[in-house]
Write a protein that binds this ligand. Sequence first.
Ligand SMILES: CC(C)(COP(=O)(O)OP(=O)(O)OC[C@H]1O[C@@H](n2cnc3c(N)ncnc32)[C@H](O)[C@@H]1OP(=O)(O)O)[C@@H](O)C(=O)NCCC(=O)NCCS
Length: 283
Amino acid sequence: MFPLRQIVGNVTRRVVPSIRAMSSKGPLVDTAVDNEGIATVTMQRLPVNSLNLELLQAMDKALDEVVEKKCKGMILTSASPTVFSAGLDIMEMYKPDMKRVETFWTTLQEVWIKLFGSNFITAAAINGHAPAGGCLLAMSCEYRVMMSGKYTIGLNETALGIVAPNWFMQTMTNTISQREAELALTTARMFSVEEALKVGLIDESATDKADAVAKCKKFIKKFDRIPALARSLTKQKARQAPLTWMSDNRKQDTQEFLMFVGHPKVQKSLEMYIQALKQKAGK
Ligand SMILES: CC(C)(COP(=O)(O)OP(=O)(O)OC[C@H]1O[C@@H](n2cnc3c(N)ncnc32)[C@H](O)[C@@H]1OP(=O)(O)O)[C@@H](O)C(=O)NCCC(=O)NCCS
């Protein structure tokens, strides 16, 4: 899945810095590369960056762009002042068109493979709430800085009657201990910034978004002193098990999701959750 030639090819190519800010074509994601070869990928599907098919496709493209521009690192963040990402767009799963929901899931898998398995350095500037898929995206990065405030982060799928897929769980156990992850997953725990810091779900807190982005840049620049090939191969080895699992089980994972999302009980849970969200918003 990640042949040595490909890895060597990617890390030995020199980063060509660009002083020009570059934007991806899609308005759902903005990609800007600074003069040090660090890309900032900003999700901008407001209000909450819920991950629908189109946002995931735009992210998939943005990740390809980071490779094409030979960026040394990438910071993932959000254009919302209070939400990093609300996770999977529930409306994609509620009374779904089966063909679209299949593409939705396989695109999510693709984004995860590219983000979790990237050769370039990744950091998340979490400028607000990061439930479920938002937490997954942040955990797929190598470093997380979260803005202080009354924001929460975690995998809350069980609260919606959804079982988090194996690779969501593996991404969490790659970040925090197996014991903490099991407790967090079964109880659908949403961590405050302080709690996330304590358990290692995030690496640093920040005063605001600019501070979070600056801390992510500092993390990426640490690697200026580490040989790129050694860094990249070490990351690939450390992350090999979940990536191999995905490579071996991708079709089955999709089938399970489709069966699951088509189940009447799951549809009922989603319906109730949507109602609760609307009530909370006073609609
Ligand atoms: C992220 C969150 C904390 C932000 O809170 P907030 O800033 O007060 O924003 P709101 O809850 O008012 O949400 C704004 C809109 O986005 C919608 N929305 C929020 N999360 C969504 C999601 N995951 N999918 C689809 N729509 C979502 C809300 O229903 C609301 O829509 P409306 O304006 O049509 O009523 C909150 O929206 C939330 O908890 N969302 C659910 C997260 C979740 O459980 N995701 C799991 C998906 S599997």
